[in-house]
Design a protein around this ligand. Structure first.
Ligand code: PMP
Length: 387
């Protein structure tokens, strides 16, 4: 029998899990035009407000003038431009590693890196709430694939102790994308060391945001390359552009160039995107006040939400989800916030576990106090908490 998309869609709709896209009509900024209305955006990953920064836009424009719109080919054929190369060197320096390698998206970086570093006969251990791209990489690798309970370093240690695989890879998000909590990296690094495993961290949501210099979750915990030899970062979040990178030793990166299939078999990022990212990386380094402003907004939001009776986890980053539970209720809460002028998406399964649909609220350095207070007021009306 042929696949029946209408029947499959009906099942998705019956669970209130059907997803629709909103059409954004203007630039990504704190104030965003959607469906003919201007809403204050509290669901973007542009944590430092760089996606629409004049210096980043200008670098992008200059990049197009110099390099054209596209890269023309994969990096290994003839698509590796001087702009990519310069950005790789700057990312290596920023992350304190010998070398970095650009990928066209974070999804592809994770898929390619995990599946290049583990194969048949090996073992991959992943947090069960890892980003889909990391989990997919583990499955694709052909290695024995085990998920450990969320943030549970002891469970990981026990799983490693039982493993007979020669090569073991432990993989975790640095900041969990839908929960906003940090992985217990020091404990995971100890477990990986005692279990003779390599540790890989995807710091998509920590990079640019955490640590005094914005170098991410590893800087926050004071960890370096000896503890976390494989680091992935993305460019479409705090850096405000597009793409991703892996960073590590000379040999690691050279190996990935040979074997990461999502590196080898895809078109390189437009070089203009690399130029724009060089400008945003400069701002991350030279304007720590953006990070300070973001953290001030996070504290303001948390204090207000807690006084309204919302139970937020112990979260220090810009992702501050409010778990609602049922899909229909999360959708309704999102709709009511929209009516009050705030854009907050309802995140539903399969992105989050069944029964934990949520409002994934994200703060940005660009939000004003008034906007944060306005969101709190709207939340109080849209999602009233029992006193
Ligand atoms: N890792 C994590 C933790 C993410 O949240 C995301 C994106 N949502 C990715 C990787 C994928 O990055 P990209 O959007 O660049 O494909």
């Amino acid at each position: 029998m042929a696949f029946d998309p209408a029947a499959a869609l009906a099942k998705i709709k019956a669970r209130d899990a059907h997803r629709r896209r909103r059409i954004v009509e203007g630039p990504q900024d704190v104030q965003v035009a959607v469906d003919g209305r201007s809403l204050v955006n509290f669901c973007s990953n542009d944590y430092l407000g760089l996606a629409n920064h004049p210096a980043v836009r200008e670098a992008f424009r200059r990049g197009v003038d110099r390099w054209g719109a596209g890269s023309g080919a994969s990096h290994l054929v003839c698509g590796h431009a001087a702009a990519h190369h310069a950005l790789e060197e700057e990312l290596a320096e920023f992350t304190g590693r010998p070398r970095a390698l650009l990928f066209s998206t974070g999804y592809m970086a994770n898929l390619g890196v995990v599946s290049a570093l583990a194969g048949r006969g090996d073992a991959v251990f992943e947090d069960r709430l890892n980003h889909a791209s990391l989990l997919d990489g583990g499955l694709l690798s052909g290695a024995r694939f085990q998920r450990y309970p969320h943030a549970d370093a002891r469970a990981l240690e026990a799983a490693l102790a039982e493993s007979r695989a020669e090569t073991r890879l432990v993989v975790t998000d640095g900041v969990f994308s839908m929960d906003g909590d940090l992985a217990p990296l020091p404990a995971l690094a100890r477990a990986a060391r005692s279990g003779r495993a390599w540790l890989m961290v995807d710091d998509a949501h920590g990079l640019g945001v955490l640590g005094g210099e914005g170098r991410g979750t590893l800087e926050h915990f004071g960890l370096d390359e000896t503890e976390v030899p494989v680091l992935v970062g993305t460019l479409g979040k705090a850096l405000g552009t597009f793409g991703a990178f892996a960073a590590g030793s000379e040999d690691l990166i050279d190996y990935l160039i040979q074997r990461a299939r999502t590196y080898v078999y895809t078109t390189a990022l437009p070089p203009a995107v690399a130029e724009a990212t060089r400008a945003s990386l400069r701002l991350v380094r030279e304007e720590p006040e953006r990070r300070e402003r973001l953290h001030r907004n996070v504290r303001r939001f948390r204090a207000g939400a807690e006084s309204l009776g919302f139970e937020l986890g112990d979260l220090i980053g810009p992702i501050q989800p409010i778990v609602i539970g049922a899909n229909a209720e999360a959708l309704e809460a999102s709709r009511r916030l929209g009516e009050r002028g705030f854009l907050v998406s309802a995140i539903r399964p399969p992105t989050v576990p069944e029964g934990t649909a949520r409002l994934r609220i994200t703060l940005s350095a660009s939000h004003t106090d008034e906007q944060v207070d306005g969101l709190l007021e709207a939340l109080a009306a849209a999602v009233p908490q029992e006193a």
